[in-house]
Design a protein around this ligand. Structure first.
Ligand SMILES: NC(=O)c1ccc[n+]([C@@H]2O[C@H](COP(=O)([O-])OP(=O)(O)OC[C@H]3O[C@@H](n4cnc5c(N)ncnc54)[C@H](OP(=O)(O)O)[C@@H]3O)[C@@H](O)[C@H]2O)c1
Length: 393
């Protein structure tokens, strides 16, 4: 950070990861160097990046294949002094920032509070953002105090960097899918495939917190090198709160296995299997629709196998199943209020240690490093198949 003129008036050395044409992210991203000046009016805030994840949707946006993407523009930074030569977009949708400067008309936020964007296409892969806060809500304060959540002196709402950077998509997806489509009673059951995915693990924990039971389908990737794969995965998911964990091959071999295990877990359980969550498609839908009770819902939110959803004729006619899709981005556009309520609930779960976040590889972006080093850091993170977050420190 460099100061110019009066001590109150600062100019920040900022960088943003941008692209000017669609294609393979590691080839298309550019590090753009620019200045962000201190806020000029009482409605503005100035934010500094803490961390952002690299999500599949961010990659798909740069590739130009995601349905929601920012328009390429020469005016990216809400600042007349920074007009680009070529229309571009800033990468990234999810991430956490710290309030560095705040105008006196901005209510509900304080310096150092950790905040996340409330709308997609925000451009989170940048070190600084200046925002005019007039009009619709643009930021969610992770450090606010209300009937569910507490304030923390550190500004972080009690959340870790990893939790804060990744709060907006996967945990919210899990909670909204469980609560949105139908009213589940305590003791009811949810069945899901891809249960070891990041969303799947949040589904298990949210179910446990709401006293809903979960049946979890996974792939058995045991091998000669790793014969314990399935046993270890089952223990991991059970530790998170899963009631039943079954591999797809076990379910295929014994069609009555899931019902048997459900009965074993809860002797006098009268709860119904009302909700099926599908992020895989293809054959892995079959145990879901076979286990769902009459009038159940099959909700599809991902297609990891790239195969179509299988829905039998009999399940539609005789069980009256309903098949729906879920996309959190659409939901946030349609119901911004619900987004804030969902975030309050997830912050509450984290503050009460009722939720464990998904592990990520942290890529440290040291302040002041050269653009070529920043580019190398992103290229490395993009080539890494594990979950990645970039931490600015
Ligand atoms: N609709 C929405 O609003 C929304 C929101 C968030 C995420 N999503 C979607 O939800 C899905 C999961 O996201 P995530 O971040 O939780 O994923 P993740 O943590 O990367 O996990 C991926 C999951 O997919 C499984 N999988 C991968 N390839 C597969 C294949 N060919 N056949 C069967 N299973 C396969 C993996 O199983 P193995 O471990 O056995 O490989 C794992 O369970 C993605 O499709 C994502 O785009 C949708």
């Amino acid at each position: 950070m460099t100061s110019i003129g009066l001590s109150r008036y600062l100019s920040y050395d900022a960088k943003a990861i941008i692209y000017k044409e669609y294609g393979e992210p590691s080839e298309k991203i550019i590090v753009h160097d620019y200045k962000v000046e201190s806020i000029k009016n009482d409605n503005e805030v100035l934010l500094e990046l803490i961390a952002h994840p690299i999500n599949p949707s961010d990659i798909n946006q740069i590739q130009g294949v995601y349905p929601s993407k920012p328009e390429l523009s020469v005016n990216l930074f809400n600042d007349e002094s920074e007009v680009l030569k070529e229309a571009s977009a800033i990468c990234g949708n999810e991430g956490v920032f710290k309030v560095v400067e705040i105008g006196k008309n901005v209510k509900g936020f304080a310096q150092n509070d950790w905040v996340i964007p409330l709308f997609p296409n925000f451009g989170t892969w940048r070190t600084h953002v200046k925002l005019d806060m007039k009009g619709e809500a643009k930021l969610f304060n992770l450090n606010k105090e209300n009937e569910k959540t507490k304030r923390f002196a550190e500004g972080n709402g009690g959340l870790s960097v990893n939790q804060a950077a990744t709060i907006s998509v996967n945990p919210c997806t899990a909670l909204q899918m469980i609560t949105k489509f139908l009213k589940l009673e305590e003791g009811d059951w949810v069945i899901q495939n891809g249960a070891n995915s990041s969303v799947g693990k949040f589904v298990i924990q949210v179910c446990k917190n709401l006293k809903i039971n979960s049946i979890n389908l996974v792939r058995d990737k045991s091998s000669e090198e790793n014969p314990q794969y399935l046993d270890e995965l089952k223990s991991e998911l059970k530790d998170l709160g899963a009631d039943v964990v079954v591999s797809l091959s076990e379910a295929k071999e014994d069609r009555k296995l899931i019902k048997k295990l459900v009965k074993d877990v809860k002797e006098n359980n009268t709860g119904k299997v009302k909700l099926g969550l599908n992020c895989v498609g293809g054959e892995s839908c079959i145990p879901l629709i076979k286990t769902l009770d009459e009038n159940g819902y099959l909700v599809t939110y991902g297609g990891m196998s790239k195969k179509p959803v299988i829905l039998s004729t009999s399940s539609l006619i005789f069980k009256n199943l309903t098949s729906k899709g879920f996309w959190i981005t659409r939901n946030n556009f349609q119901d911004p209020e619900e987004k804030q309520q969902t975030l309050d609930q997830i912050v509450h779960f984290y503050q009460n240690k009722q939720l464990v976040d998904a592990k990520s590889t942290h890529n440290i972006w040291k302040k002041g490093i050269a653009p070529s080093e920043v580019l190398a850091l992103y290229q490395k993170a993009l080539s890494n198949s594990s979950k990645n977050i970039v931490v600015y420190e």
